[in-house]
Ligand binder design. Structure first.
Ligand code: CP3
Length: 341
């Protein structure tokens, strides 16, 4: 049986599109919260192959989704490179910021493979228990988005330090990007070695990159990673998600060579359908706030998306991750609408 998500990524239009949701594993699920309570340290939780595999599978079992996204975090890469990363309750990630050559020099990939090896075991565990028809999706953060956390030291900023470094200290910035390209390429190749069947590169903050720097900050590093993965796995599909960067999307698709592209909710889906090359598979676009709201508005908009993408290769997904207060029943209803109209 050809898996639906893989057939969509190979350019086939399924009468019923495959569906998975970004951040489908997480605190909105009571069964996630129960396991999370056993591992107060979030990094250790991600690096526990039994717990991480179980959490990966929870939403796939509960909702019958077509994709199982590996449970991990984009900030495991800075952690593996030796930067101090902590997840503080109700505050989000906190990192020791990297703003100069000395701090950059302290990053080392010497132990990265070993530190990240539990993630590969998680992939093997998920593989062994994956429901038939579901596709195992590996992922990493794109260098720009990961660098925003590494340079700022936390989320919820306007990335002033990051943008200033990219403009005024190009050597330092490019050296950081190069380290991230190398570490992320090895990490994604290791995920494919372990059994990941598709990969997604999350560039959540791509839209914050100044337009003149977009090539250097977003496109070139992503293109290098795609090339490195495809050198070993030419047929492994890769989905790019440069969030909130509509004006760069066509260029991004052309230059990076991704097979699929995530469309956030600020981007017009029919515009993307008519503007981007037909060979790239579109994914996403439903506003996570509609999934949170549920009811008539969610149902109407989900059907509108299905109508817009009828006859085209498409993967149903949100424009960004599931919001924490989302009632799980809304996801069950969404899956029903996608499958039964
Ligand atoms: O999609 C999935 O279900 C797979 C797992 C996944 C997580 N993070 C689990 C997680 C994925 C794909 C990510 C990606 C990620 N992590 C991104 C890119 C996508 C996006 O959502 O924008 C980013 C920017 C991060 C960094 C990060 N990790 C942030 C900003 C936070 C929130 C901090 C907080 O305390 O809420 C996290 C933590 C995180 N990653 C959680 C989960 C389930 C919540 C942690 C918890 O259980 O306490």
């Amino acid at each position: 049986m050809v898996k639906k998500l893989l057939s969509a990524l190979s350019g086939e239009a399924n009468a019923i599109p495959p569906i998975w949701l970004m951040r489908q594993a997480g605190r909105y699920l009571p069964e996630y919260r129960a396991l999370r309570a056993k591992a107060p340290n979030f990094i250790q939780f991600c690096l526990n192959p039994e717990l991480a595999a179980e959490v990966t599978l929870q939403p796939v079992r509960r909702f019958g989704l077509d994709g199982a996204i590996l449970f991990a975090d984009i900030l495991l890469i800075p952690h593996a490179l030796g930067q101090s990363v902590a997840f503080v309750e109700n505050e989000g990630p906190k990192l020791e910021p990297i703003r100069n050559v000395a701090a950059l020099a302290e990053l080392s990939d010497a132990r990265a493979t070993e530190i990240l090896s539990p993630v590969m075991q998680t992939i093997k565990n998920v593989h062994a228990a994956l429901p038939a028809g579901a596709t195992l999706i590996g992922f990493a953060g794109a260098p720009w988005t990961v660098a925003t956390y590494m340079i700022e030291g936390h989320g919820g900023t306007d990335f002033d330090n990051c943008r200033r470094m990219a403009w005024t200290e190009p050597k330092l910035f490019d050296a950081l990007m190069d380290k991230l390209v190398a570490a992320t390429s090895s990490y994604l190749i290791a995920q494919a070695d372990a059994g990941a069947e598709a990969l997604q590169i999350f560039d959540t903050w791509a839209g914050a990159a100044p337009a003149p720097l977009f090539d250097r900050a977003v496109i070139a590093p992503t293109a290098k990673i795609v090339r490195a993965v495809k050198a070993k796995y030419p047929k492994l599909p890769i989905i790019g998600f440069p969030r909130a960067s509509a004006s760069h999307l066509a260029h991004y698709v052309k230059e990076t060579g991704v097979d699929g592209i995530g469309i956030d909710q600020t981007t017009d889906l029919s515009w993307a359908r008519d503007t981007l090359p037909a060979k790239v598979t579109l994914q996403g676009n439903l506003d996570p706030a509609l999934l949170l709201a549920g009811g008539e508005a969610m149902e109407r908009e989900a059907r509108a998306i299905l109508a817009t993408m009828k006859g085209r290769p498409y993967i149903f997904n949100l424009g960004h991750g599931v919001l924490q207060p989302t009632p799980p029943d809304h996801i069950a209803r969404l899956v029903e609408i996608v499958r039964r109209g």
